[in-house]
Ligand binder design. Structure first.
Ligand SMILES: [Zn+2]
Length: 431
């Protein structure tokens, strides 16, 4: 019963079902943007009519564009499967190697295949990135990238992904080749080491390739943050400011690092720009409230919990892959009749066959993340920062021109952070 035609059609059915579901949610939210045309009473004191209408126009534009994007990407994915593009790219990679008189082994073909598909991916997604940055974000005053910065950024990210992804995937293929029946255990161990390694080197070696990180200058804010960290026994090692404003003016803050080496990064857009006379950015007390929220994530071990879930999830996927990747019908469905390259098996199984599994797990992860956000807010509140956090949330919301009202179904599916009204409501409770 489960033959290649069944798999071929099944993959299509799942792809389109997911697309229709997401489109339905986008449509629901689109109706909200269209019909809600007044500031919600909870925000009436802080957000004026003009800002609200601006945020509504921005939301509508983004919503239209996300429909176009959805249609574009489902068309591309359908074409990928329908025209056996993976198979053609694979054959093309062999040809490339042949033309350069390089040896013809699976590892080398796989590496070439990855570079070929990455390049094509970058090219087909380019129009979307260009439109997002230079039309959509530009129109609403968020884009701070010049054409030169954008091009450099794209090239850098292509090179960095290739330099990291190609050898790692080659390693994984090699482990599967030589690992025997229990290769999934070794593969899992390898994935864990890679993840921890990347998390360690990312902030110091990779992130600075893209943005400029400088120590937060001495002053009131810095000593306030250091004092708060000390009070809470947060092992603050370094305090950085990142030039987010080169990229866009959407603002944020986060912390990272293991054990005693925690670093905090503040986006310069979170801070008030003293040279400009606008009401953007937060006061020191508000920034401290935002950081108290971040300290909450640390206090409740949210990062460690997420790593643990990721690892369990990976183990399950590799284990299932260990069974499935030997079935020839899976490869036949993608027109591979004479060989079963491991990298193609990885794509077919992890990307296509597991697609419904990814959808469900990512929904649960979204739910969990919202729970974590509420916990972190609650922590900030327990430090007596509720009032400042509320102010900061509203300000950031305003600076980002976020739309405040969401369809519940759309929101529970898409938002890893609860919408502002829910957060304000939760902060208000038993005040
Ligand atoms: Zn958070």
């Amino acid at each position: 019963m489960i033959d290649e035609t069944f798999i071929f059609h099944g993959i299509f059915a799942v792809m389109w079902l997911e697309y229709l579901w997401e489109s339905y949610l986008t449509y629901r939210q689109h109706q909200v943007y269209k019909t809600v045309d007044a500031v919600p009473p909870e925000l009436a004191d802080n957000i004026n009519e003009e800002t609200f209408q601006k945020s509504r126009a921005y939301a509508l534009d983004k919503s239209y564009f996300s429909m176009v994007k959805g249609l574009y990407s489902i068309t591309l994915s359908s074409a990928m499967v329908w025209f056996y593009l993976q198979f053609h790219f694979w054959e093309y990679s062999k040809q490339l190697l042949r033309s350069m008189s390089l040896p013809m082994n699976e590892l080398l073909i796989s590496c070439t295949f990855m570079i070929v598909t990455n390049s094509i991916n970058m090219v087909v997604h380019m129009p979307l990135s260009v439109y997002t940055t230079f039309v959509l974000e530009e129109k609403h005053g968020f884009n701070k990238q010049t054409v030169g910065f954008f091009i450099k950024d794209q090239i850098k990210s292509f090179l960095v992904t290739s330099v990291i992804m190609v050898p790692l995937t080659a390693m994984a293929i090699y482990i599967i080749q030589i690992g025997g029946d229990y290769f999934f255990v070794y593969l899992w161990g390898f994935a864990m080491i890679v993840l921890l390694f990347l998390m360690t080197i990312y902030p110091d070696y990779i992130a600075p390739i893209f943005d400029k990180y400088t120590p937060l200058p001495e002053g009131e804010l810095r000593s306030n943050i250091e004092n708060l960290a000390q009070e809470l026994k947060f092992p603050l090692y370094k305090l950085y400011l990142v030039e987010g404003s080169k990229r866009s003016v959407h603002s944020n803050a986060y912390f990272y690092g293991f054990f005693k080496n925690k670093r905090i990064v503040l986006f310069d857009t979170l801070l008030k720009d003293k040279s400009k006379d606008d009401d953007k950015g937060c006061e020191n007390d508000e920034i401290l409230a935002v950081l108290s929220h971040e300290f909450g994530h640390w206090q409740y071990n949210h990062v460690a919990k997420n790593i643990l879930i990721t690892q369990v999830n990976l183990f399950f996927q590799f284990f299932a892959f260990g069974f499935l990747f030997k079935y020839p019908v899976l490869y036949h469905a993608f027109n591979f009749h004479h060989e079963q390259p491991i990298i193609i098996g990885l794509i077919i199984i992890l990307q296509f066959v597991f697609s419904p599994y990814h959808t469900i797990t990512s929904f649960f992860m979204t739910m969990l993340s919202r729970k974590f956000e509420f916990q972190a807010d609650f922590y900030a509140k327990s430090l007596g920062k509720a009032a400042y956090l509320k102010k900061a949330l509203i300000k950031l919301h305003k600076d980002n021109l976020s739309f405040p009202v969401y369809d519940w179904l759309y929101s529970s599916w898409n938002h890893s952070h609860p919408p502002i009204l829910e957060r304000l409501e939760a902060l208000k409770k038993d005040d």
